[in-house]
Design a protein around this ligand. Structure first.
Ligand code: NAD
Length: 472
């Protein structure tokens, strides 16, 4: 998409003087609210998202991304809960309890940077519900992290863990930061500071973080180490997604992508559908491992994108390891082996059987949903379809995030279990158990779909609410 910058004569002095008409001011305020940005103050030079949003509005350019930003995932999550509660007749106490998180924590993270300057970051942890076990969910580093986003993600973890049948509740965390702007040392200091602030509320039997967008096994290793220092006890089960040499599980790296492939295969088999061509949005942990697993299963990956661009090959992109190396060297997937470049938004609209959004939430919106041609949407990212997009695509097969990407938390549970029982499983055992869990979750979800004549998403929620509702 195109970003425009405000001219030097940009409006100053409060929201009345932002130069927007009334309707745009309402939208602008909603966006500021969504990102916990004070709407009254004029945009500061460093406040990039706010400047970009304002600038786009001045140009009347409502890009898909901007529309996505306007969709509040927490509001959407609560509506999904309401729809599933109505179908199952969930006890009003259970619904009330699930419609707000048990606890939200916001911390300030002031830190000295390598050059001696001081910056303050903001971090969140949301503990949504622990009826089925300790809170469990990833930690995300991204400029667009907000409290409402983290609340929605924590809620989806509660549902996801219940769908896949692991003894965890739901939690999520995040820091508002672009990690690409930090040095390795700064990233480590920020992670350790966040861990110290959270050391009272996390723990193997309290709340167990894991990797998410822009965090990885190294970040988890720092958290485990800092938690040991803060509590005086070495407890590797405080986080999952650690390196295998530091108590991580074999197969955790691949788990979400591989789980998505098991899920897709199982669903296609049960629904007696034959499909083969795929477009994958996002080439991080999830997108890479989904691509590898699907190729092993005989699917054809026609296109792959990252935040900078997308590539297309009619005969299929086959060398995913080569593409990974290329991305590390060049910082983008584009230019790989001379494959045709396409625009990132075009990938979502390609004529393929399966679209797998595997980047961030809100990538399919009211603006582009009608142009999506894929018959199957495999939601590997969390919340990639806005509420409007979900409605527009209601006649397609949307495999919901709480089912499709639950392989990650399934193997996180295996890691936690191995740490708690001081045992080690090999990859074959991990993948065997993962396949079993995914296939059972697909079978149980399809049963609810048929019984309640509803979408796969609501069917998965019903399954989860049955399990949580029995114990809450
Ligand atoms: P990651 O940081 O490893 O990768 C994210 C990828 O998305 C990057 O390649 C980035 O370039 C790309 N991207 C960002 N914006 C994009 C855009 N507009 N168009 C195309 N590509 C874009 O993150 P990840 O761990 O792969 O997670 C991806 C999604 O999957 C997130 O929604 C996350 O919450 C979800 N998820 C991850 C896991 C896990 O185990 N990592 C588990 C469950 C769900």
């Amino acid at each position: 998409m195109n970003f425009y910058f405000l001219s030097p004569s940009e409006p100053r002095g409060g929201k009345k003087n932002l130069g927007l008409n009334k309707a745009n001011r309402i939208i602008y305020n909603r966006i500021c609210n969504r990102f916990s940005m004070p709407s009254r103050s004029p945009p500061k030079t460093k406040n990039r998202p706010k400047r970009l949003i304002l600038a786009q509005m001045h140009k009347k350019k409502y890009s898909n991304e901007l529309i996505g930003l306007m969709s509040n995932p927490w509001e959407r999550a609560k509506k999904q809960l309401r729809a599933a509660s109505e179908k199952t007749g969930l006890d009003p106490y259970a619904e009330k309890r699930l419609s707000e998180p048990d606890r939200t924590i916001e911390v300030s993270l002031p830190m000295r940077m390598d050059d001696g300057s001081v910056k303050a970051f903001k971090g969140y942890r949301v503990q949504h519900n622990n009826t089925l076990g300790p809170y469990k969910g990833g930690l995300r580093y991204h400029l667009m992290v907000s409290m409402d986003e983290v609340k929605a993600l924590a809620f989806w973890m509660t549902i996801k863990n219940a769908v896949i049948g692991v003894p965890f509740g739901g939690g999520k965390g995040g820091i508002i930061v672009d990690p690409k702007t930090l040095s390795g040392k700064e990233l480590e200091r920020l992670t350790r500071l966040f861990t110290r602030r959270m050391s009272d509320v996390i723990g193997p039997l309290k709340d167990v973080p894991a990797p998410d967008v822009n965090t990885n096994s190294q970040v988890m290793k720092w958290i485990a180490d800092e938690y040991r220092k803060a509590t005086g006890k070495s407890q590797p089960a405080v986080v999952t997604g650690k390196p295998v040499s530091s108590g991580g599980s074999e197969g955790r790296e691949e788990a979400t992508g591989k789980g998505g492939a098991y899920c897709l295969n199982s669903l296609l088999k049960r629904m007696r559908i034959k499909k083969s061509t795929v477009a994958i949005q996002g080439f991080g942990n999830v997108g890479i491992n989904l691509a590898k697993s699907l190729i092993e299963e005989g699917f054809i990956i026609k296109a792959i994108s990252d935040s900078k661009g997308a590539i297309y090959a009619e005969e299929g992109i086959k060398d995913i390891e080569g593409l990974e190396k290329h991305k590390i060297e060049k910082g983008t997937v584009t230019g790989f082996m001379g494959l045709r470049s396409i625009r990132t938004h075009e990938l979502l609209e390609l004529d393929v059987d399966i679209l797998a959004p595997s980047a961030l939430e809100n990538s399919v919106t009211i603006e582009n949903a009608a142009r999506v041609k894929a018959e199957i949407i495999l939601e590997m990212a969390n919340g990639p379809l806005t509420e409007d997009a979900d409605r527009i695509l209601k006649d397609r097969i949307v495999i919901p995030d709480v089912l499709a990407n639950s392989g990650g938390v399934a193997v996180s549970y295996f890691e936690w279990y191995q740490n708690m029982h001081k045992t080690k499983w090999n990859k074959q055992k991990v993948f065997g158990k993962l396949k079993e869990l995914m296939e059972t979750a697909v079978k149980n979800t399809l049963e609810r779909k048929d019984r309640y004549k509803t979408s796969l998403r609501i069917a998965a929620y019903i399954l989860a609410l049955e399990r949580i509702g029995r114990k809450i």
